[in-house]
Design a protein around this ligand. Structure first.
Ligand code: 1CP
Length: 370
């Protein structure tokens, strides 16, 4: 047993008891007295306290420092009545673990993206996640202690297609044409890369659970670039594999599995399939009607989402109205409130506070009158 593994296991026994398990109950489909709420990208650039740390430390140095990652994870928890923390990291730590250089300047940039299938040979095929990503596990364990059981801690990973896109495009893109070109012209090499990513992701998420993550989210942020055909061939099989293999690996290693959220942005066309993919929660972006989503996923799955992040620009009274409407459509059970994507960096933090408190107030009111 390596020293990092021992660190995680020894400390896990001493984790403080959880005082607020609303989000875990909602994820498992159990009754909740009010709707739990967290926000994608709740730690980050819209918070002046994050900007202060980020002005002195590079983005990946924050991710790689368990102390700084823990501090930044806690910042929104100190400010708002959120029902979960999400570990501060990035989906692009996996391409780094595979041996690729990724810079944040300020968006992600790969100086040497994958150009042809021959470039797959340059990737590290036997990733030891404890060695390459142990800093994330340490940050998770440290944060679990620092949270003192206030709220659960969410771990996460990017999904294979989304990571493949960054690795080939070398950064952000609107068309994803280089990566999609691989799907159409190099299907075998594409599957090879997607499988390599899926295998690392399973190891990585198992490590996160062992380190103390109490809920997981898989981000398929670029689902919308694919459409139904490519999605069912190149994204869905790996999304499925990850949830089932992770549960298998948990049981083999005597670890209790945690609830798992799949968020496939702009992937409405796949909601039925996603609801049968082994995830307890399906996350929604703001472009789908809550009732449509519920009809597509059925009654047993929990839903998460889906206020338009731009709705938080509205004056407080309007934000409250949007929240009320959203809660009326989703109902208060089997539901986790969130934005339909990450909060924008120019958002006034006070408006997030209005959003969070409105979810609590209205959902308690609704439950009381039901
Ligand atoms: O210098 C900085 O502060 C850079 C901004 C930033 C931040 C705060 C990046 C660069 N990543 C993060 C943190 C981050 N990224 C978190 C933890 C914070 C939290 O949620 O509280 C998480 C969960 C992510 C996940 C992530 N990174 C996703 C999936 C979510 C999504 O937005 O769809 C994606 C696509 C990324 C890639 C990435 N990293 C950073 C940026 C600006 C991007 C997006 C680039 C693009 O638009 O393609």
């Amino acid at each position: 047993m390596g020293p990092k593994k021992a660190y995680a296991v020894v400390n896990r026994k001493a984790f403080p008891p959880l005082k607020n398990d609303l989000i875990l109950r909602a994820a498992r489909g159990e009754k909740t007295e009010r709707v739990p709420v967290w926000v994608m990208r709740q730690a980050g650039r819209y918070l002046p306290e994050y900007m202060q740390i980020s002005s002195k430390n590079g983005f990946f140095s924050i991710c790689r420092s368990p102390e700084l990652a823990c501090e930044v994870t806690l910042q929104p928890i100190r400010r708002f009545n959120l029902d979960a923390a999400i570990i501060f990291s990035d989906i692009l730590v996996i391409p780094q673990a595979l041996g690729m250089q990724v810079d944040m300047i300020p968006g992600p940039s790969f100086p040497e993206p994958l150009c042809t299938p021959a470039d797959l040979e340059k990737l590290n095929k036997n990733v030891d996640v404890n060695k390459e990503l142990g800093y994330v596990f340490q940050a998770i364990t440290k944060t679990r202690h620092a949270l003192e059981g206030k709220v659960p801690l969410i771990g996460f990973s990017g999904a294979p297609w989304t990571l493949m896109s960054y690795m080939i495009e070398g950064g952000s893109t609107t068309t994803h044409s280089k990566a999609k070109r691989w799907l159409y012209t190099e299907p075998e090499a594409s599957h090879q890369l997607l499988q390599l990513l899926a295998d690392v992701i399973v190891d990585y998420l198992l490590g996160q659970i062992k380190a103390g993550a109490q809920l997981l989210q898989l981000f398929e942020s670029h689902a919308g670039a694919l459409g139904p055909g490519l999605f069912s061939k190149f994204a869905l099989p790996y999304i499925r594999q990850i949830s089932y293999k992770l549960k298998e690996r948990c049981s083999e290693s005597g670890v209790t599995p945690v609830p798992f959220i799949i968020f496939a942005k702009d992937g409405h066309f796949a909601l039925e399939e996603l609801s049968g993919s082994g995830y307890e929660v399906v996350g929604l972006d703001w472009t789908i009607r809550p009732t449509n989503a519920r009809n597509k996923v059925g009654a047993s799955i929990s839903l998460q989402g889906n206020l338009d992040p731009c709705a938080l620009y509205a004056p407080p009274e309007e934000i409250k109205r949007h929240v009320k409407e959203m809660l009326q459509k989703f109902g208060t059970q089997k539901y986790i409130a969130n934005l339909g994507h990450g909060i924008y960096r120019d958002m006034n933090p006070d408006h997030l506070e209005v959003f969070v408190n409105a979810v609590h107030t209205y959902s308690e009111e609704m439950n009381a009158t039901q």
